[in-house]
Ligand binder design. Structure first.
Ligand SMILES: [Zn+2]
Ligand SMILES: [Zn+2]
Length: 66
């Protein structure tokens, strides 16, 4: 079971894409300000924000694997 959405109180699901607890209704990520799936609490692009903050986001392969 997941907690209700922190933003709107509706049901959340555990996203299989990004691993976050995501609201089914508004898309809010509980406990996060931004996410590499592209969501951000600010309404911007969370993935771009993470990259700007210096987060290294790989596409498919883990870091260091050629
Ligand atoms: Zn919500
Ligand atoms: Zn996400």
């Amino acid at each position: 079971m997941t907690k209700p959405c922190e933003a709107c109180g509706k049901f959340t699901i555990l996203s299989r894409y990004c691993g976050a607890t995501v609201c089914e209704d508004c898309g809010h990520h509980n406990g996060l300000a931004r996410c590499y799936c592209g969501w951000a609490a600010s309404g911007g692009n969370g993935r771009d924000e993470l990259v700007e903050m210096g987060e290294v986001i790989g596409d498919d392969e883990p870091p260091g694997v050629e």
